[in-house]
Design a protein around this ligand. Sequence first.
Ligand code: NAI
Ligand code: 2OP
Length: 299
Amino acid sequence: MVNKISVVGGGNVGATCAQGLALKELAREVVLIDILEGVPQGKGLDQWESAPIEGFDSRVRGTNSYDDTANSDIIVVTAGIARKPGMSREDLLNTNAGIVRQVSENIKRTSPNAIVIMVSNPLDVMAHVCMQVTGFPRERVIGMAGVLDTARYRSVEDIQALVLGGHGDTMVPLASYTTVSGIPLAQLMKKDRIEALVDRARNGGAEIVALLKTGSAYYAPAAAAVQMAEAIVKDKKRILPCSAWLQGEFGMKDLFLGVPCKLGRDGLMEIIEVELTGEERAALQKSADAVTETMALLK
Ligand code: NAI
Ligand code: 2OP
């Protein structure tokens, strides 16, 4: 357990995430912060009142002031607008960049040693904005996408899988690194069936947006951010697909992209450079190009 984890943005993902952090008792205090007056306070109090029933001992608190988040060990950023039907993650770009800049300035001022888990979209670009504004090292700015995208691609038991690339339509589910109880997927399934699974994972976010109509997915995204926080708090050294600042890994430099990351108490410990087939490498490059193009659209 760490002392304090703050969640910025008390909307669907943020509030669900705060609850998940508290249920797992990852911090003595879980602080939910939003610009809406009363909303984070109300949700925080409601969650704290579930503690005697659920039996968790984390204090959940809502606020509008960054002073209450001061010296957080970890900050999960979920502030921003979410997708509506017909919108891509990139449509959120400039609105969310403004929000993430302001949030990052506050994080730098009040929690200069925090590890940031970025969730706001477009994910890889928002992680970049946060690193630029805070000046934090890459070990302490990590994007959540791959854990979610991988969950959309696998089942609960027996399957190990890896989805790399940007969090967008060009994400790269690696069939060659997908095994079922150690058996490579290609030995169990025909290529067209694998491609159908890959396609559904790639469109997983849009599928939920089309059903919800008023927003985007939040239960699985929140669970994914909590899993990353847990790996950090418990120093698990788990290898999870996360968006990380590449400095030459996979032959790429100066961009955030989803890659296999080892997470421990100090945040990003290592990027694992797995071998890729020519086709996978080309798909990863295409995904990197898409992230770079979105970055160039930033005003
Ligand atoms: P939401 O609309 O339910 O909540 C967003 C919250 O951010 C609102 O409560 C709003 O008041 C707050 N907010 C806006 N400006 C703020 C500021 N300056 N400071 C603090 N709070 C502020 O949206 P939801 O569904 O929670 O999604 C949040 C973000 O996460 C979106 O950008 C969404 O696209 C992204 N997302 C990313 C995923 C990923 O895999 N990386 C998965 C799911 C969502
Ligand atoms: C998702 O993948 C919208 O990025 C969000 O559900």
